[in-house]
Design a protein around this ligand. Structure first.
Ligand code: SAM
Length: 230
């Protein structure tokens, strides 16, 4: 998988790949990461990328020319480039999207800043628009990272133990049952005794029940979808 990030703030994204699972995925050549700065594509002397809104009103917008030239050059160089714009106006990004997009070869994430990106850029180049939640962030860098992290976990070989994927929240589509570790009792709080007896069928049945009640309590929306199917 090739991830390209179009951003004015490369450092915000690059530092995320300096540690842990994603760093290993790059070393194993399962992932590659590259950056494009719209300022390098401006035709004005000062590298200006933003301007006032045509409609008036507060806030600046990333204007079309640098992004048109940049995205066009990415598309000319890579016919597999699939362009994603993080934006509050997109559809909500889900685990299904993460799994689906993990099959692409080249994803390009275009981070907006300020009041956002001139709509003509989005109309011309977007393959998909995604919102990561109903709140507004200052830029598209975090949403791009959130999506690429979730996608990476679904690329074969990225996770050490792929069983962990099938057990996770949203897969069943319930939330995952609570996890416990050692010791069996800590500050008077005990691991469920069934977990310590080694009967895998009983552990699995208890986990299913816990998973259902956790989902019912924290995510009644997911639970009603689940109960409609079962
Ligand atoms: N004026 C825009 C609006 O009200 O929809 C918000 C612009 S926001 C301050 C700047 C950039 O952050 C956006 O262009 C987008 O790239 C990113 N962004 C902010 N919140 C986001 C969210 N919830 N999901 C995805 N991207 C988001």
């Amino acid at each position: 998988m090739r991830f390209s990030y179009v951003t004015l703030f490369e450092g915000l994204i690059a530092s995320y790949f300096e540690d842990s699972i994603l760093k290993r995925a790059i070393a194993k050549e399962l992932l590659s990461v590259e950056f494009f700065n719209p300022r390098d594509y401006t035709l004005n002397k000062h590298g200006k990328v933003d301007d006032y809104q045509a409609s008036g009103g507060a806030g600046l917008v990333l204007f079309p020319q640098p992004l048109f030239d940049l995205l066009r050059s990415i598309k000319q160089a890579s016919h597999e480039a699939y362009i994603i714009f993080p934006t509050p106006s997109g559809k909500l990004f889900t685990q299904n999207d993460a799994k689906r997009l993990a099959h692409k070869k080249h994803l390009v994430f275009v981070s907006g800043r300020y009041e956002g990106i001139d709509e003509r850029v989005i109309e011309t180049f977007a393959d998909e628009l995604f919102c990561i939640g109903d709140y507004v962030l200052t830029g598209g860098e975090l949403p791009s990272l959130v999506m690429s992290d979730a996608i990476s976990r679904n690329i074969k070989g990225v996770l050490g133990n792929e069983d962990s994927l099938s057990m996770e929240s949203f897969e069943s589509p319930l939330l995952e049952a609570p996890c416990f570790s050692k010791p069996p009792i800590y500050e008077n709080k005990s691991v469920p005794s069934e977990f310590l007896k080694g009967n895998h069928a009983k552990i699995s049945s208890l986990k299913n029940k816990m998973s259902e009640s956790k989902t019912k309590y924290f995510r009644p929306d997911l639970f009603s979808r689940f109960s409609a199917k079962h």
